[in-house]
Design a protein around this ligand. Structure first.
Ligand SMILES: Nc1ncnc2c1ncn2[C@@H]1O[C@H](COP(=O)(O)OP(=O)(O)OP(=O)(O)O)[C@@H](O)[C@H]1O
Ligand SMILES: [Mg+2]
Length: 366
């Protein structure tokens, strides 16, 4: 699945407060908000439990932990978890990324400087070059690399032993990893979107660290608008804090959170201006569809790619919009969310009286 939602940025898609991808502002505070060990890491029960076993067993054997692959959407905690793995193993961590490794030689230099037990974090591992990838296969499996010296017919490969290390790879696009690479990881953790109750805990924890006063309902209100993503929850918390300081006495309550997020145009379900523009066009101009992607994009005044890659994934995930072979259609929940009644229900809904906003979309009930 494509989680790189910000790759196509139109007018309404730039600098979204609900984007899962980190912006400059996030980088500045994220280090302070990162949980330091597995116990502090909220949610992801399955991954956490499995990883806990893997790390405990390795520690008990006095061995280096197996290679770990972490996949999932931006902002769900892959980088955080990689740092926790190193901390739990009492090992140093080296951080690099697929795009930073242009040549196999770059990778050889990093690998040959690792110390025993060190954690190598390779972010965006799906974006590594082919030759580097092949070097990595051997390094992961046999803790060995062949360093090629010279060029042409005179070139020789010098084998180089590596100390045992743990590779932690992270990717937003697990489907793009070649199977031979995927198979070389001893453990794969797939990160899921967080439940509102989990995000509420993340928000409380962050509020404590940032010295922000917030009550349960205030945290719940922000959690419900955070699209299942801790990074968005933390970002919305900071925006709401500003509002609470300027417009109120600093305490974040449900009402303050709701008012603040209205200013930032993030609605009760976490939809922003772009999301709502797409849904509104679909309902008001096309009666809920089906309508083709290009037509919908023109109606919204955005690029096709923006509608398809930036707005739609979350609308589909939320069950507000469906992609069908005949085009995009709105679900009954979409009508309900925008407080509108499907046209057939208004005009030809024989035998079904009123029911405005009841979610029983006439288009979809038999
Ligand atoms: N389980 C969690 N508990 C508490 N905070 C979390 C959790 N997961 C993530 N966070 C917070 O969310 C922010 C983003 O997390 P992180 O950088 O690890 O995401 P990521 O998956 O690496 O994203 P990207 O794909 O953009 O690299 C961090 O500030 C971190 O503190
Ligand atoms: Mg990351």
């Amino acid at each position: 699945m494509n989680w790189d939602e910000d790759s196509a940025a139109g007018p309404m898609a730039a600098d979204r407060v609900v984007s899962g991808t980190a912006d400059g502002d996030d980088h500045a505070v994220e280090a302070a908000l990162r949980p330091k060990d597995l116990g502090e890491f909220v949610g992801q029960e399955r991954v956490r439990e499995q990883l806990d076993l893997v790390l405990r067993a390795a520690r008990a054997r006095g061995a280096t932990a197996d290679h770990v692959l972490l996949s999932g959407a931006p902002g769900l905690g892959k980088t955080t978890l990689s740092m926790i793995i190193a901390a739990e193993m009492g090992a140093p961590i080296r951080i690099t990324s697929g795009p930073a490794i242009q040549h196999a030689g770059d990778l050889a230099a990093i690998l040959s400087s690792l110390t025993e037990g060190e954690v190598l974090f390779l972010d965006e591992i799906h974006r590594m070059s082919r030759p580097a990838e092949e070097m990595l296969y051997m390094a992961m499996e046999d803790f060995r690399v062949d360093v090629v010296v010279g060029k042409g017919p005179g070139a020789t490969a010098i084998p180089l032993e590596l100390p045992p290390f743990t590779l932690v790879g992270a990717t937003t696009r697990a489907g793009l990893l070649p199977p031979p690479l995927r198979d070389r990881f001893g453990f794969t953790g797939h990160m899921e979107f967080y439940a509102p109750a989990e995000l509420q805990r993340v928000i409380h924890r962050s509020a404590g660290l940032l010295d922000v006063a917030i009550d349960e309902e205030g945290a719940a209100e922000i959690a419900g608008r955070s699209r299942g993503t801790p990074r968005i929850a933390n970002r919305l918390l900071r925006r709401v804090r500003d509002y609470a300081q300027v417009k109120a006495d600093g305490l974040i309550t449900r009402e303050i959170a709701a008012r603040a997020l209205q200013v930032y145009e993030v609605d009760g379900r976490g939809l922003d201006r772009l999301d709502r523009a797409v849904l509104t066009a679909l309902l008001k101009l096309f009666g809920g569809g089906p309508v083709g992607l290009s037509t919908l994009a023109v109606a919204v005044g955005e690029e096709r790619e923006t509608v398809e890659e930036v707005a739609e994934p979350f609308l589909v995930r939320e069950g507000l919009l469906a992609r069908t072979p005949r085009g995009r259609i709105a679900t009954p929940a979409a009508w309900d969310h925008l407080g509108m009644v499907p046209p057939q229900q208004v005009t030809g809904g024989a035998g079904r009286a009123g029911g405005a906003g009841g979610g029983q979309g006439g288009l979809f009930t038999e």
